[in-house]
Design a protein around this ligand. Structure first.
Ligand code: NAD
Ligand code: AHE
Ligand code: ZN
Length: 370
């Protein structure tokens, strides 16, 4: 069959909307009609050409929601009509990682996913005779896409696609970093670097678990008002206080250092500040941001010798098929706010505007509605 899709033909160029051929689902696979998709900074990162796994041409997008239209042989847990959220971190419940209960990083299909291919090593997309690669196993910038059964979370049918698509990455990553990865405790002091689509969900999570001080740091002061609405208690603009004074400013605000800090910028210099603003003896810094190929993080080992902990998180540590339906419930029960973070919506034909708004610091999340 054919589908409309925004194709990234090469790094650094705008996407173009094309009619793409899509092959039906093979064994263990599912055809999904994507109803809405968010645009995450990671899509922009890969489009920039700085992702070491970036492949072109590709159909980007990994923050979607949609409806199952067809299932391939052997698919047992999904049927046509089911509402689903694609998972770039699948949950097979059988691999060493899933069975360990120590990580959400299922390894069942990671190798082919990183090559832009389905688990059998082939692509389901073609355009003008060329193979078009999948992206993060999701390719939600296509109206129809194919995913493995283990990479789909079944969700309730009354949840609005144009809101819960954001749970496919940003909401779960931010909330999960607080709840599943850091396990922030009530009364903790928290510092959040980068008040974008991820960082604001870290703030929302910190408020949910009863954090005391929630310090937000961003070079764009326009992000301040939204962050305060979501629970930020103090704001630091590095351009105002001086980048070299940010760590001390946080230490002063948090009685000796943050119990937990989060990088949601992807900037390795900021990651260092995030570690070094943590409390001596126990403060934990969680790296969420994705840094460009070749970048490295650095600090004095003394920072770790004296008890600070450096950790990272992917998809907020969430086990997709188990945790995503619960987060959808939180939204439907009014426990989390997604609506205010979706600042812009547009049709697929205007998807490049979503990238412009992000780069100009004018949006929190843009959602494409098919
Ligand atoms: P975004 O563009 O919406 O937000 C980034 C924010 O960081 C912006 O508000 C920007 O002003 C701010 N910022 C940039 N440089 C800064 C600096 N030097 N100091 C302070 N603030 C700074 O992006 P997003 O969608 O929120 O994504 C944030 C990061 O998280 C990206 O690197 C993205 O790739 C990554 N990410 C990781 C995961 C994961 O699973 N680990 C999931 C989603 C996104
Ligand atoms: N291909 C990238 C990896 C980027 C990365 O770390 N991705 C996160 C999700 S970002 C979502 O917006 C992730 O899940 N990482 C774990 C994994 O297995 O990829 C690179 O830099 O090479
Ligand atoms: Zn993302």
């Amino acid at each position: 069959m054919k589908t409309r899709a925004a194709v990234a033909w090469e790094a650094g160029k705008p996407l173009t909307v094309e009619t793409v051929e899509i092959e039906g689902p093979r064994a263990g696979e599912v055809l999904v009609e994507i109803m809405a998709t968010g645009v995450c900074h990671t899509d922009a990162y890969t489009l920039s050409g700085l992702d070491s796994e970036g492949k072109f041409p590709a159909i980007l997008g990994h923050e979607g929601a949609g409806i199952v239209r067809e299932v391939g042989p052997g698919v047992a847990t999904l049927k046509p009509g089911d509402h689903v959220i694609p998972l770039y971190t699948p949950e097979c419940r059988q691999c060493k990682s899933c069975l360990s209960r120590r990580t959400n990083l299922c390894t069942a299909i990671r190798a082919t996913q990183g090559q832009g291919l389905m688990p059998d090593g082939t692509s389901r997309f073609r355009c003008d005779g060329d193979t078009v690669f999948h992206y993060m196993g999701c390719s939600t910038f296509a109206n129809f896409t194919v995913l493995p059964e283990i990479a789909l979370a079944k969700i309730r049918e009354d949840a609005p696609f144009d809101k819960v698509c954001y749970i496919g990455c940003g909401v779960t990553t931010g909330l999960g970093a607080v709840i599943y990865t850091a396990k922030v405790w009530p009364g903790a002091n928290v510092a959040v670097f980068g008040l974008g689509g991820i960082g604001l969900n870290v703030i929302q999570g910190a408020r949910m678990v009863g954090a005391d001080r929630i310090v937000g740091i961003d070079i764009n002061p326009a992000k301040r008002a939204m962050a305060e609405k979501f629970g930020m208690t103090h704001f630091i603009d590095p351009n105002e206080v001086g980048a070299d004074k940010v760590v001390q400013a946080i230490v002063d605000l948090t009685d000796g250092g943050a119990d937990f800090s989060f990088d949601a910028t992807g900037n390795v210099n900021v990651m260092r500040q995030a570690l070094e603003c943590c409390h001596r003896g126990w403060g934990e810094s969680i790296v969420i941001g994705v840094a460009e190929a070749g970048r490295e993080i650095a600090t004095r080992p003394f920072q770790l010798v004296t008890g600070r902990v450096w950790r990272g998180t992917a998809f907020g540590g969430a086990r997709g098929r188990t945790d995503v339906p619960r987060i959808v419930d939180w939204y439907m029960e009014g426990k989390i706010n997604i609506d205010d973070l979706i600042t812009h919506t547009m049709p697929l034909e205007e998807i490049n505007t979503a990238f412009d708004l992000m780069h100009d610091g004018k949006s929190i999340r843009s959602v494409v509605i098919y």
